[in-house]
Unconditional design. Sequence first.
Length: 367
Amino acid sequence: MLSIPRVSFETFRFADPLYLWLLIVPAALFVVWIWRFVRRRGDLKRLRARRALPVRERLGVVGDLAFWAALLVAASLCIVALARPQALVSTVRKASADVVVLQDASASMYVSDVRPDRWRRSVQFLRTFAETLSWQGDRVALALFAQLAAPQVRLTKDPNALFFFIDHLGEHSPFRLENTTTWDTNIEEGIRWGLRLVEKDEEVFGKNGNPKAFLVISDGQAWSGTVANAVQNARAMKIPVHVVGIGTSTGGMIPEPARPDGTRPPPVIRSALDRASLVQLAVAGGGEYFEIGDEPDRIVAFRIVDRLRRRADVVKEVESFDELYGRFLMAAAIVLVIGTAFLRKRTELAWQAAGALAVVLLLANLV
C-alpha cells in the first residue's frame, strides 16, 4: 500500500490544552528574570565606573542569566509538549485487497506427479504467496475443500495467523484418504464458504472498501456441485475467481487408503491436471489462470498480486493528526545545551545541566 503523508500546519491543535495554564509559571519567572537582568546591568555599570570588575568575569555574570533564560524557554517548550500539539496529516493511500484462498484438499492432491506431491507443493506455493503480500492493509482468509469445505482462517491482516495454519497443514491434507468425502472435489462448496467468510466479515467488522478476490488452488480433477451457480454468486458480489493449477498433463496415480494392517493396495485411479476446466473456471469467474511450475513460485505469486493490485487501484485520502510533542522536546534539549555553554564553572555546568535534563526527561515521561 502506497502512503504519502502531507502535514498541514494550518490545522493545528492541542490534545490536552489545560496544560498550557502551566505557562503562567515560566512567564512569572521570566518577569523575575527581567528584573534581575535590569538590576544586574545597573550593578555592572557601577562596577565598571569604579573599575572594580575584572574583564574575565563580565561574560560570567551575564552568562548565568543567559543560562536561566534558556532554562525558562526549555521549560516553556516542555509545557507545550505536555499539551500534546498536533497537526493535521492527510495521507493518500492506495486501497489494499482481501483474498480468500480456496485450497483443494481432495484425494487427487496426494498424487506425486509434482514433487513432493500436489498437496505439499501447493502448500509451499501458498507460503510464497503469503510472503509476497505487503500485509499493510491486505487481508487473507483460507478455506480447504473436498466434498465438504472447512474454513481455516477468517479474513485477517495478521500474517502470523495465516503462517501458523500453513505450518500446521502438515505432510497430508486434513481430509484423509480413508474418508469417503475426500474422494470428491466440490468447488461449489468451496466458493460458498468463501462467500460466507466475506459476508461474516462484513457482518462483524463492516465493509472496509478493499476489493475482494478468490484464489482457487486445485488440479481441476473430479468436480461435483454446480460450479456455474457458485461462480455466478461470486460475480454478483463483484468477487473475481482467480485459479492456480497444480499438477501435470501426464498425471499420476492416486494412492489407495491403507488397509487395517497398514499396507496399501495398488492404486487404480489416475489423476491429471485438468487445465481446460480450470481455465474455463477462471474465465467464467472474471479472473485469470496461473499455473505452478510454469515459472518460479515467487514470479507466479508476484503476477497474482499484481493482478489483485489492478483492481485495488483506488486512491483515498485519510486524515489524521500527527503528534508534534517530540519536536518541542527536542527543541527544549537544544536550548538547554546552548544555555549551558554560558555557564562559568565546569562543576556548575555539570550539576545545572544534569538537573535541567532531568526536568526534560520527567516531562517527556509525563507526555
